[in-house]
Design a protein around this ligand. Sequence first.
Ligand SMILES: Nc1ncnc2c1ncn2[C@@H]1O[C@H](COP(=O)(O)OP(=O)(O)OP(=O)(O)O)[C@@H](O)[C@H]1O
Ligand SMILES: [Mg+2]
Length: 402
Amino acid sequence: MRLEAMEKTEQNSRSKKAGVRKLKLTNFRCYAMANMDLDPEAPVVLFGANGAGKTNVLEAISFLAPGKGLRHARFADVARHSSFMDEKITSMPLKWAVWAEVKTAGDMGDITIGTGCEPNALGETGTRRAVLINGESSSQNELAEVFSAVWVTPAMDRLFGGELAPRRRFLDRLVQAYDPAHTGRTNAYANAYKQWGKLLREGCRDTAWLASLENTMAEYGVAIAAARNDLLNRLGPYLHESWGGFPKADIALDGFLENKLLAMPALAVEDAFKEKLMASRFVYADGGTVAGAHNTDLVVHHENGMEAALCSTGQQKALLIAIVIAHARAMASEREDAAPLMLFDEAAAHLDKARREALFEILLSLKGQSWFTGTDSTAFASMDGKAQFFNIDNAEISSAVA
Ligand SMILES: Nc1ncnc2c1ncn2[C@@H]1O[C@H](COP(=O)(O)OP(=O)(O)OP(=O)(O)O)[C@@H](O)[C@H]1O
Ligand SMILES: [Mg+2]
């Protein structure tokens, strides 16, 4: 981006920031109760010893967006574990909740988001989470319209070399922040794919039923692939620009639908996918796989030409951060009304001082509040006076100075 355009983006973004103003946790992981009052426009630094409760706070924030949060956890694990509870609480059902007052970047102003799990009829933690937006029962699709978050966590150190599913979730989270309707599409596709697979493996031969699920998968699959291709086009210019010592990156998608869409109109791709699904029924029923929106991969290369999976741990982390920042910058320049919150768990630890400071500087200019964790507050010294610092000690959160 040219300097002039960058300055314009940054001027616009200063007045239109999104962030959490109040956060309240109930029976969430190590927290029986916790409250935070925040400046929604300033970054947040959480520091404290190992096991103090820092990542748990970031995970709570990630639940304000659709999905299973930054640990992709089972909700039963999120509810405060009974062995940590005093007697009075142990006798209560396992119910966890995260509530926040959020300043949005757009015209909506402040909203409240509440989410959590009620116990099921057996008194166990439920497997679905309820969502309330401004006190009204809402869907995850509606949540996507008002809040998005992206994160970089230590578990993502193996994102490029590890299994495909977390990489695809990362990709879809970036798309969803840009295009909230993506949540509904991916859920509808996943439900149809799950049902289709189940029917085939149970030996179902009801071709009308299978064809109707294949139709749904084709319709949503093509829309998902188009949204992913669109995201890559938007990120490209930002990823090819160097800043603060972070590497430039090349990203591409390896997916049946995404590749076909580059060469054929959407309707022709839908037809091709329907045919492929129909032709794969027997193979799939026998335990085989079929290519579709569910197994698209994100392929990343470092500017030195190396595939991300073969880069050093530090280089991979820098690539991941470069992608997240390119995404936030693209959104800040194109979108007035939305900004993802950015959660960096232990991310500063892998970066040298110059890169760390470059990262803080660019984040201060973006539209979404950024959150950091670290065991030592001195790593964040350059944010002194610009960020709000909290010390966490054994699940007690207190406002602190750097
Ligand atoms: N469901 C739960 N109920 C009670 N405690 C839990 C639950 N899940 C996790 N914990 C505990 O919460 C504590 C804080 O975890 P967290 O991951 O937030 O620590 P942290 O401050 O990020 O530490 P580190 O610096 O090692 O990453 C841990 O001791 C963990 O065992
Ligand atoms: Mg942690």
